[in-house]
Ligand binder design. Structure first.
Ligand code: GLU
Length: 325
């Protein structure tokens, strides 16, 4: 449980790769409520590490959608605030470089010259979800005359990492079997999410990480990297993924529950009311503002489920005033 005296800082960290959907704004609302319930701060961090897919227009649209919903951040965003600079990952390479240098200094990294094809051509082991685990080629036999710039990998220790999520409970991960030597910086210079997120959460003083349950597994490498860097591990709160009426997880490519459709058909109070019922705060969807939810929000009522199906065609989901917009 969070105590009222704890200084809470939570964050919303969207990737600007498309228009937000109901799942993204569910995360935004709950992370905002975690901060506001305990008198803390809510940060907005734009995670534009993927140069091919990220666009500043999407980041602007995210900010506009958050304003429409009534969710105002205290720090960060594209412009920054009185309290500080913009929080945009593409502007934060100095922080990541410093962290990488600290890990390298401790002997915890090594350069890797393998391409994806090189790795695919080996008998690399697989994690339980089918991901290929790097077979350690450049760790064991570094090439004498490499002909291309290297990626940088973490020299993963052979240990099990334990972590606890406030909704889903305790987990233990075998790091060598499930993660292996993960990339920290790609050969093209792009920073890996697992490093950047730890560095940023620590630099920004984040105490509570709220995000979709698809990232629950990432708690293991993130808490390990935090330990390696000597920074504190935040508390984790993972949320079910919102799925459409076919049971398929929403993506930014699927427009049915995207913000433009929601903004065309519903009021902010209706959308917040729906999400409040998903979060276990209201018994059934109604119309309400984020501020009115602060007192009644209760982390212990968040659903411990992987998925929640939302059928937008079911008008009961939006309270009584659905036709009244
Ligand atoms: N940027 C990630 C996303 O949009 C979220 C990362 C996080 O919250 O740790 O899915």
């Amino acid at each position: 449980m969070i105590s009222q005296s704890q200084h809470v800082i939570s964050r919303f960290a969207p990737s600007p790769t498309g228009r937000m959907h109901l799942g993204n704004i569910f995360t935004a609302l709950v992370s905002w409520l975690v901060a506001k319930k305990y008198g803390g701060k809510w940060l907005l961090r734009i995670e534009d590490l993927d140069p091919q897919r990220s666009r500043i227009e999407y980041a602007r649209q995210i900010e506009d959608d958050l304003h429409w919903l009534g969710l105002q951040w205290d720090e960060g965003g594209i412009e920054g605030s009185d309290a500080g600079a913009p929080y945009i990952q593409s502007l934060r390479s100095d922080f990541y470089n410093e962290a990488l240098a600290a890990l390298t200094e401790k002997g915890l990294t090594y350069p890797c010259y393998c391409t994806k094809a090189d790795i695919a051509a080996t008998n690399a082991p697989h994690a339980s979800d089918g991901r290929i685990i790097y077979p350690g080629t450049c760790r064991d036999n570094p090439p004498a005359n490499p002909s291309r710039p290297p990626a940088v990998r973490l020299r993963m220790p052979d240990l099990k990492v334990e972590y606890e999520d406030m909704v889903f409970g305790k987990f233990k991960t075998d790091m060598a079997a499930q993660w292996g030597d993960i990339v920290l910086r790609r050969a093209d210079g792009a920073w890996a999410y697992q490093l950047a997120v730890v560095v940023d959460d620590a630099a920004m003083g984040v105490t509570h990480v709220v995000r979709g349950v698809d990232l629950l597994d990432s708690c293991a490498p993130q808490s390990l990297i935090a330990d390696m860097l000597g920074v504190s591990v935040p508390q984790y709160i993972h949320l079910p993924l919102i799925c459409n009426s076919d049971g398929i997880r929403l993506s930014k490519r699927d427009s049915s529950l995207a913000m433009d459709a929601l903004r065309t058909c519903f009021t902010p109070r209706q959308v917040i009311g729906l999400l409040a019922s998903v979060a276990g705060i209201m018994e059934k969807p109604g119309e309400i503002s984020p501020n009115e939810l602060i007192d009644v929000f209760d982390i212990s009522r968040l659903p411990r489920k992987d998925k929640i199906i939302i059928d937008l065609c079911n008008r009961k989901n939006f309270g009584t005033a659905i036709t009244g917009k």
